[in-house]
Design a protein around this ligand. Structure first.
Ligand code: NAP
Length: 322
């Protein structure tokens, strides 16, 4: 493997598969291992030309200011609300993400979470493990997927993979987004209208200012007491207090959540609710898919420094080749 004469700052731990390749190609500086991260940045900052970033570490103006020669931020994940991409673009810094390679895995997780929530499979398993079966059967679930209407909020790459699967379940499909894709599914131009007209919402909306706490009391009231809310997108899109209240007083029936506002911290009140199925952000979390994401991150970094062509720049930094 050809060594590239470039210094890379790796700000979050992202698996041996990625780290080994970055180590083999570049001079890497692992911020996540530094005893004193500020001291490391002060020491190597001016030499850094590339950055590998991950979900729980923010790349803000303050950090970019300390890296005056930064050219590219390759983000591990398709959602890049952890990176201030607009400011990066204004400074001529490219940001890349890892689209497509995770869509099928995340869609699988979303469908699994929907079935678990609607048919109470985790609760039924807890019932069995607690030795309660010998005293009687687990109660029939009030909810079912039969004859239900599914609303997908954010019908993008992952949303379309979810829709493809949901069609085979016989669910009718509607969606909400900023634009009517005229694709045969019913489009609603407001989240509230979608919620009023479906039984289950699966949300795949990205994070960021435009979607912050977009799921509020009004939307949960519109979804109604028979309604189920599934979130595989971003926790920041949900007013968690409003969701907890809605689940507690029966405004909505149930929720299945893979993402939370302050990960890895989950509100105690949410954890205590029997009608919530909770996952620790595992949407794309298989070795197969995480390796594919890692490969794309490495390829973005390598392509930029070898031939000036990042593979998957985000919308805010649509830079042409050098
Ligand atoms: P994508 O292809 O960009 O799709 C995003 C969709 O959301 C688009 O259809 C877009 O439709 C809609 N949208 C964007 N901004 C919106 C806004 N302000 N209001 C309403 N709709 C909006 O992205 P993707 O690859 O499907 O990924 C979607 C998100 O899933 C990521 O951003 C990430 O946060 C999340 N994710 C989670 C996991 C996990 O492990 N749980 C894994 C991967 C991704 P319009 O342009 O028509 O509005």
């Amino acid at each position: 493997m050809t060594k590239i004469d470039v210094d890379i700052l790796v700000i979050a731990k992202m698996g041996d598969y990625v780290q080994d390749q970055l180590d083999a190609r570049f001079r890497t500086h692992k911020l996540y291992e530094a005893a004193d991260p500020d001291a490391m940045i002060a020491e190597v900052g001016p030499s850094i030309r590339g950055m590998a970033a991950g979900a729980h570490r923010n790349v803000d103006i303050e950090l970019m200011d300390k890296l005056p020669n930064l050219e590219i931020v390759t983000n591990f994940g398709v959602g890049y609300d952890n990176v201030d991409a607009k400011s990066a673009g204004a400074r001529g810094i490219i940001v890349t993400n890892t689209p497509d390679v995770l869509s099928e895995e995340v869609a699988d997780t979303a469908i699994g979470l929907m079935i678990n929530t609607v048919r109470e499979l985790p609760q039924a398993e807890q019932f069995l493990r607690a030795g309660k079966w010998t005293s009687g059967n687990y109660p029939l679930t009030q909810n079912t997927l039969r004859e239900k209407r599914l609303g997908i909020a954010g019908l993008g790459r992952i949303g379309k993979s979810i829709a493809k699967r949901a069609e085979s379940f016989g669910l009718s499909i509607a969606y909400y987004g900023r634009s009517d894709q005229k694709n045969g599914y019913t489009f609603y131009e407001s989240l509230k209208a979608l919620a009023e007209n479906v039984d289950i919402i699966i949300s795949v909306l990205p994070g960021g200012a435009a979607t912050n706490k977009i799921y509020n009391k009004d939307v949960f009231e519109a979804l109604g007491p028979e309604g189920t809310f599934i979130n595989i997108g971003r926790g920041s899109t949900v007013d968690e207090d409003a969701l907890i209240a809605a689940l507690t007083d029966g405004t909505v029936r149930s929720a299945g959540l893979d993402v939370f506002d302050h990960e890895p911290h989950v509100p105690e009140a949410l954890m205590a609710l029997p009608n919530a199925v909770l996952l620790p952000h595992v949407g794309s979390a298989s070795v197969y898919t995480r390796n594919a994401m890692g490969q794309l991150l490495v390829d973005n970094q390598t392509n930029w420094f070898e031939n000036g062509k990042p593979l998957t720049p985000v919308a805010e930094t649509p830079f042409p080749a050098k």
